[in-house]
Design a binder for this molecule. Structure first.
Ligand code: ATP
Length: 466
């Protein structure tokens, strides 16, 4: 396990050093379960989101994007069952007062906690006399609600309670009727959104894997229940395709059919997409057929008629829902752990990220061989500015940047780009100026360089970046 922890440590350190991701509130000692994205992290995150947005929103005719408020009327979360039931089993080390997920402690001792009620988890922990990771006795297992509660306005009584939404889904259910009334879509159709959600996780862990402030990409896809199986299969396939868009090693992506006893009571089918992280195989995304539980519950509690009128059959129905739910951070973590490499190049050890050009924050770096030679710098700047203009026609789907760098030795500059996963570096050298204008393009993975003539440059990049 030490080796695996080591890899996580190296990735976390690379992310901090190179401006991808920093610990939240770091100068004050941090705040557990929060992370801040730096310049390269923002670009990387946007690429992950843009690929999702393209596949699931822009390339389809049946998905309506929305951006709902994070703060919602508390009745939304009463109706959805979150106020009463969105909880995890919590147990306390009676000496240190540190708190743990009771189900996770049970699982760490080789006993599955799936489908177990709180009282069963408690009895098993007491029977086995399980100890905390610090070796101390544990107290009684209690339910712990994971919603982050707050008060709206100047009063603090119960009518002012609100919650930071624990999932983006709620904002879509309450806008179902609005979108229906504005656009009159026919079933099946979906609402999609990317946004923040908050969970007061008992034990945040493993970098971006379990955090308290989450970014989610979710779709609520409204259907006639007659066709649920085919639509469920289509989304399963689309999620696999999305994992390929991201460049994830398909051998590490797994589909877990969740057993009926482990599913939410209203769900008729759930598939967890799992990923082989360095710390083991764990959930990446979820896909669930939620029946018409949500719209029925909101309709009943709000008294709004959340129905759909079928023009053909002249019947009303409360649509059923298929929900693909993806965490942006977990997706980024899967990509980072998959892409992290250590090797030796030209007799020197190096660390690099083997990122696909589709997600890399920088897709091409342009260098003059030396910065103290004005003729090299001038030509490098010209090529850099020209390619920045042309990159969208070379490949409109790439969101990564083209950057210019002249500081430090050329070897150091290559290493810096390797570390952040830049697939290609373009260098202007003396041959560029004195001979045929050709430049060198170096491949991140092999370190090999090719000379490319100026007239072939766009074609060359088109081939490499598509
Ligand atoms: P877990 O069992 O790991 O807590 P979950 O089944 O509760 O996850 P969902 O409620 O289905 O998760 O949330 C949908 C997606 O949101 C997850 O598949 C994951 O990608 C992401 N997600 C949920 N909770 C977290 C978290 N605390 N940190 C990071 N991502 C999360």
């Amino acid at each position: 396990m030490a080796g695996k922890d080591n890899i996580m440590d190296k990735i976390i350190s690379l992310c901090k050093r190179r401006g991808f991701i920093y610990q939240g509130s770091e100068i004050y000692g941090g705040l557990a379960g929060t992370w801040d994205y730096g310049p390269l992290g923002v670009a990387f995150k946007k690429n992950v989101e843009n690929l999702w947005w393209k596949r699931f929103v822009l390339d389809r005719e049946d998905i309506y994007p929305i951006d709902a408020a994070i703060l919602m009327n508390q009745n939304v979360w009463k109706a959805s069952g979150h106020v009463d039931g969105f909880s995890d089993p919590l147990v306390e080390d009676i000496k240190t007062k540190k708190r743990y997920r009771a189900d996770h402690l049970l699982e760490a001792s080789g006993i599955s906690a799936k489908g177990l009620k709180l009282s069963d988890i408690n009895s098993k922990i007491q029977e086995l006399k399980l100890k905390s990771p610090d070796g101390n006795p544990l107290g009684e297992v209690k339910q712990f609600n994971m919603m982050l509660k707050t008060h709206i306005g100047a009063t603090e009584d119960s009518s002012a309670i609100s919650y930071l939404r624990p999932e983006t889904a709620g904002g879509m259910f309450v806008n179902f009727k609005n979108v229906l009334d504005s656009f009159h879509p026919k079933l099946p159709f979906g609402l999609a959104q990317i946004g923040k959600a908050f969970r007061n996780e008992i034990a945040p862990r493993d970098f971006l894997f379990r955090v308290r402030e989450i970014e989610q990409m979710e779709i609520e896809y409204f259907i006639d229940p007659k066709s649920w199986e085919k639509i469920f299969d289509d989304f399963t396939e689309q999620l696999v395709e999305y994992s390929k868009d991201l460049g994830l090693d398909q051998k590490k992506v797994h589909k877990l059919e969740v057993a009926p006893e482990d599913r939410a009571h209203y769900s008729k089918r759930t598939i967890d997409f799992e990923f082989d992280y360095p710390f083991g195989r764990e959930e990446l995304w979820g896909l669930a057929y939620r029946t018409n539980f949500d719209l029925s519950a909101h309709s009943k509690a709000s008294k709004a008629p959340l129905e759909y009128f079928d023009e053909e059959t002249k019947e009303k129905l409360i649509p059923h829902v298929i929900e693909p739910s993806l965490g942006v951070g977990r997706t980024m973590l899967a990509i980072l752990t998959d892409a992290y490499r250590e090797d030796e190049l030209g007799g020197e050890a190096r660390e690099y990220l083997k990122l696909s050009p589709k997600v890399a924050p920088v897709i091409l770096a342009v260098f003059p061989l030396m910065k103290n030679r004005p003729e090299l710098v001038k030509r490098a700047r010209e090529i850099y500015l020209d390619l920045r203009k042309k990159i969208k026609s070379i490949n409109p789907h790439l969101s990564g940047q083209i950057v210019y760098d002249e500081t430090g030795s050329i070897g150091k500059r290559y290493r810096r780009q390797d570390e952040i996963g830049t697939p290609f570096c373009l260098t202007i050298d003396f041959d560029t100026i004195e001979k045929d204008g050709s430049v060198t393009i170096r491949d991140r993975d092999t370190g090999q360089q090719e000379r490319v003539k100026p007239e072939d440059l766009e074609k060359f990049l088109e081939k490499k970046l598509n």
